[in-house]
Design a protein around this ligand. Structure first.
Ligand SMILES: [Zn+2]
Ligand SMILES: [Zn+2]
Length: 311
């Protein structure tokens, strides 16, 4: 009897060990190389415009924040939790604005809560964002996930918002998933206004399709009047430590968090490598992931980048 119990126990430990390895550690290394994945010189040439028509600054408008377990954000990372921000980015021109990101609304943020002590949501910031979308020249998103679309999919005045929306086809296709009830007819009728190729949408702003994390994921390259260059990378990584360590999120996160489970992990691994190598040769480029709160606060030390915290 005892012998059987020991065998059973050993078997169980082995199974748990394999599960731990598969879910937390395995299959998360960045590609060894990613030639041609991203082309910064192409983005620079497409962003080029006379200085006076370039944007003057970007503002990261935080609507909520929380923390996340390190092992869920970056395979093999343990220790202190990662500080997560939920936000949208406003690009400010002398005469107009562009908003990137629909952010997350209160009810969705509540369902995503990781730490009751650290969780915050600002109704004031969210309402101001929804309002700012109506006067913005264009409204885009980095990708079609619940924490990046809600002020679009659930906007209080979709008919007024719709003409400002500049989305790609997979982003439009995903909107019904995030509506409360039926998607508003004005949003149902949206047509893609992005080509799926690298393209400039305004002076100094270039959209770079980067399918992987989701089919509609894209980066946004921004050149400011003062010469600062900014690259919004959405959720290619959640925290910049992952780029430094050349890791992506673990398989566990793939199955637990992403619904539907359509992340193309190989594409993300190439993108992590490409960003890592780009940052090594372009140390002045401001690479900004959507959620890494500490990194974004530090990035806002640069002239022309500000971070408006949700209290
Ligand atoms: Zn995402
Ligand atoms: Zn996200």
């Amino acid at each position: 009897m005892l012998k059987w119990m020991i065998r059973l126990g050993t078997g169980l430990v082995l199974v748990l060990g394999v599960l731990f390895w598969w879910l937390i550690l395995s299959g998360s290394d960045a590609a060894k190389a990613a030639p041609g994945e991203f082309d910064l010189s192409d983005w620079r040439s497409k962003a080029a415009a006379p200085t006076e028509v370039l944007p003057t600054e970007i503002r990261i408008i935080e609507v909520g924040r929380d923390i996340a377990p390190p092992f869920a954000a970056q395979a093999g990372r343990f220790g202190a939790p990662i500080s997560m921000t939920y936000n949208a980015v406003e690009i400010i021109y002398p005469d107009k604005t562009i908003i990137i990101g629909g952010a997350v609304d209160r009810s969705t943020a509540e369902t995503m809560t990781q730490s009751a002590a650290e969780w915050r949501f600002s109704d004031t910031a969210y309402d101001a964002l929804a309002q700012a979308m109506l006067t913005a020249d264009q409204v885009l998103m980095t990708h079609e996930h619940l924490d990046h679309v809600m002020a679009i999919a659930r906007h209080p005045d979709p008919a007024a918002l719709a003409p400002n929306l500049v989305l790609n086809a997979p982003q439009i296709d995903a909107l019904p998933l995030f509506a409360i009830g039926d998607l508003d007819p004005a949003l149902k009728a949206l047509q893609p206004r992005l080509s799926g190729r690298v393209e400039s949408i305004a002076p100094g702003v270039v959209i770079i399709p980067a399918a992987g994390h989701t089919p509609g994921s894209q980066n946004v390259f921004i050149t400011l009047q003062n010469g600062e260059e900014i690259l919004l990378i959405g959720d290619i990584v959640w925290n910049m430590g992952a780029i430094e360590a050349l890791k992506t999120r673990p398989v566990l996160t793939q199955y637990l968090v992403f619904r539907p489970n359509y992340e193309d992990r190989d594409a993300v691994k190439r993108q992590v490598r490409a960003l890592h190598d780009m940052m090594a040769v372009e140390p002045d480029l401001n690479v900004l992931p959507a959620h890494d709160r500490d990194w974004l606060i530090a990035a806002a030390e640069a002239e022309g980048i500000s971070f408006l915290p949700a209290n």
